[in-house]
Structures are given as C-alpha cells and as structure tokens.
Ligand binder design. Structure first.
Ligand code: PMP
Length: 349
C-alpha cells in the first residue's frame, strides 16, 4: 500500500441506473414519460444565446422567486441546486457535523450512505418493519440528524404526515431532512410543517413530477436561517451554481400549475391501473405512492425477469439487497409503455 492511500476517502460507489442511448422502453430510473411544461420548450427557443457568454446569476433569483410564489413562502426560504442530489449533498456537509451518528432507514435511497462515507459522517441505518415501513420510534434516540425519503425509495411507501411530524418533533435539537423527490405523486408534503419546526428542511426535485431530470434542478424549502447556511456554503463553491438555461427553464416549468397537475394525474392513474394488472399476473406489490412500482413474483426470479426484459429492450431496475431480495422496481411510464411491459411479461410466463 502506498503511504497516501490511507488518506483517500473510499466509498462503495453508487451504481446509477443504465442510460441506454438507443431507443428502449425505459422504466429503470423513475423519469417522467411526458415532456416538460410547454413553456420550457418556448423558453429554450426564445433564449438569448448571447446570455451564455456570461456567468449565471449566482442568487438564482428567477427560479427562487418562481418557487417561492408556487409554495407561498418567501424567497429567503428557498435554496436551489443542481438536482436534489446537489441540494442533499450540501445539506449533509452543512448540517450533519455533530460527530453523532445520523439516522436513516435501511432500505432507502443509496446515496445517503455514499455522502456519509465521503464526508466522514457517522450513521446508523434503521431497519424497516416487516411491511417495509419506516418505524418512527427508531428515530427517537439521540442522534446527529435524520434524513428519510417520503415516499421511501425503492419501496414507494408513503409515511403519513402525522408520523413525519412525530419524527421531526422528537428531534428538535438536530436537523431533519425530508427528501420528497416523489411526494407529488403521493400525498401531503412536510412543507406544511415548515413554520412550526425550526429544524425541518424539505427537499424536492424537478426530475420526477416536473419531467426535467436532464436539466438537473432541485431545491430545499425551510426557514430563512437554515437556508442562509446553505447559501453561504454554496456561494463558496462555484461548481454548485446552477446554469442559466436550467434557471430559466425551471422557472417556466413552475409557472404552469395546470400542466403539472394534469401530468401528475395521468401518472397516478396509470400507476393504479398497472398495480391491478401486475397483481393479476401474480406479482406481490408494495403500496407504492411514487411514480414507480416495487414488485416481486413468488414463482419467477427477479434477476431472470430483469434479464429477459432487457433483451426485449425493456429496462427496469433489479433490486437484490440483503434486506429486500429479488425485487423489480418499475417506473410508471405511459399506458402504452406499460402495455408493452405486460405483453412481454405474459410471454415470459
Ligand atoms: N432522492 C431520492 C429519494 C431519489 O430517488 C432521487 C433520484 N433518483 C434523488 C433524491 C435525486 O434526484 P435528482 O438529483 O435528480 O433531483
């Protein structure tokens, strides 16, 4: 071993879903099958390319203001970043420094562990119960901070707001981050609690409900004090600044509430219909409230199904962790995409 190797921060790398460049039925990374709001295309067409010579506005005012208006909060309560991954990473760096272990569920979004390892933040993973639910009592003991997604990934299970509040209320000495990447498909957001709890940060993304994963836009809503800490840290890292195109397109997307809601309804309807179809084929499903389904079949190996579907150019995600074995996570696509999937599954069976 070379002398410097002991000083290298080693992490178990996060394995991202495949992004095939050929035409496939892509149900593996929870993207939205519908295009962004029409205003986004218009903004791109009309964009002043001369503006690209200049650095983007570091305060991201146009996007911050649009989000503040959408949620009825003040601009001082909004922090934006390059996808919610960027926002979450900045939150880990800024708020999880007590030296005490932070708590998050096992199983959950795999990036939490990567950031904790990379930033040398101790952590404890709290096992889900036998129905894959987060047990709120596990988050009561003293800790250095709490983070969980709601709905959780990859189970899609939504924790009712009173239980989310219970976790926040039991942890008022530390920061609690509720990662709401999928909440628009699910139910009430913890944003309702922002004024009541000083320790709460809600993080959301444009990658799912707003069909803009490729643009990389995410945000946090909290009280002005916590948002100020995030901004102070961000301004010291120019690489965290959002690009001008994403700022303008993001702001356009937020303005179109009707399109957003229509898009959500289509996905929710397809999800509920797809649940019934899959159950009819003998799959066991969690009650996912996200834009993906989490399924296993008692008769067929998930790994084999995954490989078979891939050969048919249908990409889903295989989930084979120690705690949750042999599951498939299937993004809710268009009705036609789901029909293609079901036809292939029937062929296999
Ligand atoms: N949180 C959760 C729970 C996720 O599943 C994802 C994306 N897969 C993210 C955050 C990050 O999304 P993005 O960086 O695209 O906003």
């Amino acid at each position: 071993m070379k002398a410097f190797e002991k000083n290298i921060r080693k992490v178990e790398p996060y394995v991202p879903g495949e992004q095939p460049q050929e035409q496939v039925v892509k149900l593996n990374t929870n993207e939205n099958p519908y295009p962004p709001a029409p205003g986004v295309a218009k903004a791109l067409e009309e964009m002043d390319l001369g503006r690209l010579r200049l650095y983007p506005d570091p305060t991201a005012e146009v996007l911050v203001d649009a989000l503040a208006e959408f949620y009825g909060v003040s601009p001082e309560q909004v922090f934006v970043g390059v996808g919610s991954d960027d926002v979450l990473s900045m939150c880990f760096l800024t708020f999880f420094n007590s030296g005490k272990p932070i708590f998050f569920p096992d199983v959950t979004y795999s990036f939490y562990k990567v950031w904790a390892d990379l930033y040398r933040i101790p952590y404890e993973c709290k096992a889900l119960d036998e129905d894959f639910r987060i047990r709120k009592e596990d988050y009561y003991p003293e800790n250095g901070g709490v983070i969980f997604p709601n709905p959780n990934a990859p189970t899609g299970i939504y924790l009712e707001l009173d239980q989310v509040e219970d976790i926040i209320a039991h942890n008022q000495d530390v920061v609690v981050i509720v990662d709401e990447a999928y909440v628009d498909f699910a139910g009430r957001s913890a944003m309702e609690l922002i004024d009541r709890y000083d320790n709460l940060i809600v993080v959301q993304t444009f990658s799912k409900a707003r069909s803009m994963a490729g643009m990389r836009v995410g945000y946090a809503i909290s009280n002005p004090e916590l948002i100020r800490y995030l901004n102070d840290a961000k301004y010291s890292f120019n690489s965290y600044t959002m690009n001008q195109t994403a700022l303008i397109c993001g702001a356009e997307a937020v303005k179109d509430r009707a399109y957003f809601e229509e898009n959500l309804q289509k996905i929710i309807q397809t999800r509920e219909w797809a649940k019934k179809e899959l159950a009819g084929m003998g799959f066991e499903l969690t009650d996912s409230r996200a834009n993906f389904l989490f399924v296993r079949h008692p008769k067929y190996s998930g790994k084999d199904l995954f490989e078979f579907l891939k050969k048919q150019k249908i990409y889903v995600r295989f989930w084979g962790s120690k705690r949750i074995e042999d599951y498939l996570r299937i993004t809710v696509g268009t009705r036609e995409e789901m029909e293609t999937l079901f036809t292939a599954l029937k062929k296999y069976m």
